[in-house]
Write a protein that binds this ligand. Structure first.
Ligand SMILES: [Zn+2]
Length: 283
């Protein structure tokens, strides 16, 4: 279990799934031969086969007496079109409790966006019904993000994600639809990073002069620091997503801001430094 201290704030990573995938599965341009042209990716972020090392994890932020879960991974018992993500029965909630975070103790849930691997544990199956997993939490969704999925839930792509993992939270009255620059408190706030989805956000942390940012899927993998133009197959607006990456890397390059990746394999966090006209992650 990895964790980071940012001033008075602590961030803890809880892994649900940790496996290499062929690059083309996520980023169509990230083929093995092209990844070998970026040597700093090995061995942490690309394996010997030239596959992307990736992780699906939640990040728990402890700040000013509250616990915030950023992204809720895949979940159990869900009907999904991707086999490895369907009808899972993993120990995520047990792992979460063992790390000191029983589900009842979570005060806020933030979804950087409403894709299948970021909303799964929003709900759990109880007596045949989807109920919110975190009964004492307010779930914070970007309003723009929700409105886009409400209009087009896109069930063909991954399955009934909105219906089983987002709608029940809204129906239970636990969701707050907020602006894309929403502040949870003076240590944690949203940073709009639209493009991968309509209302995608990253999460900024600042405490006692120390800073961090949780990427969400504005960057899936550190290889995109070297190749910001590499798009994800699931981008809502790929051109905007590319611009968002250039802007984000330009904003944080050579700054003492720890970048914590939502899908980055261990060590999962680092600093953006220049690499010619492009960037790399210094770990
Ligand atoms: Zn994702």
């Amino acid at each position: 279990m990895a964790d980071w201290q940012i001033g008075d704030v602590k961030v803890t990573k809880i892994i649900e799934e940790d496996a290499p995938v062929p690059g083309e599965f996520v980023l169509p341009d990230a083929q093995a031969d092209k990844l070998r042209e970026i040597p700093w990716l090995s061995p942490n972020f690309v394996n010997e086969k030239g596959w992307l090392k990736m992780s699906i994890h939640a990040l728990i932020i402890e700040t000013q007496g509250v616990r915030i879960m950023v992204d809720t991974c895949l979940g159990n018992d869900k009907e999904r079109t991707t086999k490895a993500w369907a009808m899972r029965s993993g120990p995520f909630l047990e792992d979460l409790a063992a790390a000191g975070f029983p589900r009842e103790s979570i005060d806020y849930v933030i979804c950087t966006h409403l894709h299948v691997d970021h909303v799964g544990w929003n709900t759990m199956l109880v007596d045949g019904k989807w109920v919110p997993t975190f009964p004492n939490a307010r779930y914070l969704f970007s309003r723009t993000e929700w409105e886009s999925w409400e209009k087009d839930p896109d069930e063909e792509h991954f399955g009934p994600v909105i219906q089983d993992s987002v709608r029940p939270v809204i129906d239970a009255g636990l969701a707050d639809l907020v602006d894309s620059d929403h502040r949870v408190n003076d240590e944690v706030w949203f940073e709009p990073t639209h493009g991968h989805t309509a209302g995608h956000i990253s999460v900024r942390i600042s405490s006692q002069g120390e800073d961090a940012v949780i990427t969400g899927d504005m960057t899936h993998h550190p290889c995109q620091l070297a190749r910001p133009e590499w798009r994800c197959f699931a981008d809502y607006d790929a051109e905007q997503a590319i611009q968002t990456r250039w802007d984000f890397y330009g904003r944080y390059v050579d700054k003492p801001v720890l970048v914590i990746g939502t899908h980055f394999a261990p060590p999962t966090a680092g600093y953006i430094v220049p690499d010619g006209e492009r960037y790399k992650l210094k770990i």
